[in-house]
Ligand binder design. Structure first.
Ligand code: FE2
Length: 480
């Protein structure tokens, strides 16, 4: 490890030692920010592409279980147009094609455009693909990079964004993330906040689709649904839930044997990612509960060491906003997270940043009296990244005093990155939307919950020649 890294990490080690000695930290940082109002409709950030019926709101997501497929989605507004994707591995040479399908919907008096979803499968790993959608002069071209083959030491960099919305703060979060070199976004719910408008104005779903296209068209965003996706409006005659989300955002749920777009799993590089729905039934015997029970059995840490769970409402969070809203899911799923040694649970919903220590509360029940979370080496770290920057503003009131389980919290806008280095270690950082800042605000080196056990580490040292123990050996103090 070079001296540059030492200069970056040494102050963080000292900070961490102080943190351990004194308990968690509540950042007092206050940064001036743009007002929490949405960007006007005529702003350049929402501009429609040139050309008649040109594809807009282009976004891609993983299309299968293991990363050899993508689902490419877009909207046309004047007429249906083609749902075909032309693609290939050389720019301007589209020798392959795939046929998609078309959807549209109404929501009260809003009528959506023509929403296209096209599965492109049988891709090669680690390959750049170029793709073209739309007709004639209005066709548009993009590209994406497929992930490495599933491998326990495959490096990969994820971004984590939540509660994004469409304010200038949202745009700042997006632009900051796009500078990180992140390869795929784990999105933890609450996309457009269109439901804050009269009649849940679908036009704000369209503007959000155009706002995020500069990232979404070029790399997968793994979608989690939040409460702003529910859109249950019986007063408007809209009795179904998640209508806009389900029409606009596809997920590969069938590839993981899920019966719903809203909960599913994907494997990517060295990670197994489980997406849960906070606002769908999850108690014992429901489809989501049965699915998660079976999916956790399918996790193979020898192939995908990093087990990551996404959900919208946080299980552990000490902000006064939405306090305890994740408690019902904690009661149902927390013991599984500990049993299966989940590495990290990411969530959003609370518009601030917070990271927990490894703690659990699985011995608590209505008669045990053990109501406090306790340190637990088998438990996940819980991270709330609901600070994307939406119109509802920041949740700046933290519970006081800071609970023992809370390691770091700050009410600023930002995003996180998780860089999986190999089967044993990952670099994690949270970055507030702070221009020109080179040191991330919250930095942690994660030791893998499966390969970090002393028995498996000994086995690695003996048999696994690719492992490089020197990479982080000096920094055991900031390993968690
Ligand atoms: Fe939310």
């Amino acid at each position: 490890m070079g001296s540059k890294w030492l200069l970056v990490i040494l102050p963080l080690i000292l900070t961490y030692i102080v943190e351990i000695a004194l308990g968690g930290k509540t950042s007092s940082f206050v940064r001036s920010q743009w007002p929490s109002t949405d960007i006007p409709l005529d702003n350049q950030a929402f501009v429609e592409p040139d050309g008649y019926n040109a594809p807009q709101q282009v976004h891609i997501t993983q299309g299968d279980y293991d990363g050899k497929a993508v689902i490419i989605s877009w909207v046309t507004t004047s007429e249906p147009g083609s749902s075909e994707v032309l693609y290939g591995t050389k720019e301007n040479e589209y020798n392959l094609k795939s046929q998609g399908e078309l959807k549209n919907y109404t929501f009260f008096n809003y009528k959506s455009g023509y929403i296209h979803h096209c599965l492109v499968s049988d891709l090669e790993y680690n390959t750049k693909y170029f793709y073209k959608i739309g007709d004639g002069d209005s066709a548009r071209e993009f590209w994406f990079q497929t992930p490495p083959e599933i491998d326990p030491d495959a490096p990969y960099k994820f971004g984590i964004i939540g509660d994004l919305g469409q304010t200038y703060n949202s745009l700042s979060t997006l632009q900051h993330y796009m500078q990180t070199g992140g390869q795929t976004v784990l999105f933890v719910g609450d996309l457009s906040y269109a439901d804050n408008y009269k009649h849940n104005d679908g036009i704000r779903w369209d503007t959000w689709g155009r706002l995020v296209e500069p990232s979404c068209a070029y790399q997968p965003w793994i979608w989690t649904s939040g409460n702003h996706e529910i859109e249950y409006r019986p007063d408007l005659g809209e009795m179904s839930t998640h209508k806009a989300f389900l029409h606009r955002y596809a997920t590969p749920h069938i590839a993981s044997n899920s019966s719903s777009t809203l909960w599913y799993a994907v494997r990517r590089a060295s990670a197994h990612i489980i997406v849960l729905s906070s606002y769908s039934p999850f108690v014992k015997y429901t489809p989501q509960w049965l699915w998660l029970r079976d999916e956790l059995k399918r996790v193979d840490r020898e192939k995908t060491p990093w087990l990551i769970v996404l959900m919208h409402a946080p299980i552990y969070n000490s902000n006064e906003a939405h306090y305890m809203e994740g408690e019902s899911m904690r009661a149902v799923f927390e013991s599984w997270f500990v049993q299966y040694k989940v590495d990290i649970v990411f969530s959003g919903h609370v518009h601030a940043y917070e990271r927990s220590y490894r703690i659990s509360n699985i011995n608590y029940n209505i008669t045990s009296g053990n109501q406090y979370p306790v340190p637990d080496k088998s438990a996940p770290v819980y991270i709330t990244v609901g600070d994307g920057g939406n119109q509802e503003g920041l949740a700046s009131m933290f519970c006081d005093p800071q609970p023992d389980y809370s390691a770091f919290r700050e009410a600023s806008y930002g995003h996180s990155t998780l860089e999986l280095k190999n089967r044993t270690h990952a670099l994690y950082q949270w970055n507030r939307n702070d221009d020109g800042k080179h040191v991330p605000t919250d930095f942690v080196v994660f030791r893998n919950q499966y390969w970090g056990s002393s028995t498996r580490r000994r086995r690695l040292k003996k048999y696994h020649h690719r492992w490089n123990p020197n990479m982080f050996a000096s920094f055991e103090d900031i390993l968690i």
